[in-house]
Design a protein around this ligand. Structure first.
Ligand code: SF4
Length: 285
């Protein structure tokens, strides 16, 4: 049995939302630099230079990498043997996450990007509510992954329900079509998260989880999906959209595919697009 203080969760969340918004992590920078070296278009090369310069300034001056500091989305692996110590005025784990985001976004001068109603659109003023996907695990694990998800890339994401006969060709054509339709809107070079299988809603969750894979550009351990990731990256980078839509060889930095069992009559598929401002961080207690 492990005991975790809610104040510790709040403080870790407060720090992680700022660090994620100020610094591109090493694995992301590595892929960006590798792709920069391969980019042939002068305009595309110039965009890469701007992205790297922006990243240096954001890290040094503790400024948001992008004005869109995103929805605060968390994936939490919570062990059944974890005991939560409710203290410091925090009554629940969810409250600790909300408070960490509230303080972190305020302290870091990060834009508050959440409206309290999708139609009436009044800003909640503190970037809450947070979006938490809980996964109950055996043991005393407590792992948190954060992704700041900007609206531009999220808006270009899609879910589609296929008949099983669509197969890998149908899935791959769909992924390329989604990226092609998105064009410059999601601020390429992008990361493409693909979820296939599960159910309607689960495929979307898989696609988002695919974006969290570390290091960026690593492959699915199943060779079938590894090959698919490689083929998709090549097809997407042959579209010619290029960095920020300026034309070029690099439209995507990586394609990550996650699969899951599904109904005999269905093949749900989702594509979750992430921009080059790929703000993902993890912590473990
Ligand atoms: S898509 Fe990404 S880089 Fe573009 S504005 Fe949104 S958060 Fe910023």
């Amino acid at each position: 049995m492990k005991t975790i203080n809610l104040s510790e969760v709040r403080d870790k969340v407060k720090d992680m939302v700022q660090e994620a918004n100020f610094e591109l992590q090493d694995d992301v920078l590595k892929v960006i630099k590798d792709m920069q070296a391969k980019e042939e278009s002068p305009a595309g090369k110039a965009v890469f230079e701007q992205i790297l310069k922006n990243s240096d300034i954001a890290k040094k001056d503790k400024l948001g990498l992008c004005q869109d500091t995103g929805l605060a989305i968390f994936f939490v692996e919570l062990g059944e043997d974890v005991k939560l110590n409710k203290e410091d005025g925090l009554g629940s784990l969810k409250e600790a996450f909300e408070e960490g985001v509230r303080i972190g976004y305020k302290e870091g001068y990060l834009r508050k990007s959440v409206v309290e109603d999708p139609i009436r659109r009044k800003n909640t003023g503190d970037n809450t509510p947070v979006f938490i996907h809980w996964e109950l695990e055996p043991g005393d694990t407590f792992k948190v992954t954060f992704i700041a998800k900007g609206g531009g890339a999220e808006n270009m994401s899609q879910v589609r329900m296929f008949a099983p006969a669509a197969g890998k060709e149908g899935l791959e054509d769909f992924v390329v079509e989604v990226v092609d339709t998105a064009g410059s809107n999601p601020c390429p070079p992008i990361i493409v998260g693909v979820g296939v299988g599960g159910s309607f809603e689960y495929s979307a969750l898989l696609a988002k989880k695919a974006l969290l894979r570390k290091p960026l550009g690593s492959h699915n351990p199943d060779p079938f999906y590894e090959d698919m990731e490689k083929r998709l990256l090549e097809r997407i980078n042959n579209l010619g959209i290029g960095p920020q839509g300026m034309g070029g060889r690099c439209t995507a930095l990586a394609v990550h595919v996650e699969a899951f069992p599904c109904h005999i009559a269905s093949m749900p598929a989702a594509v979750n697009i992430q921009c080059h401002s790929h703000r993902v961080l993890k912590f473990e207690l």
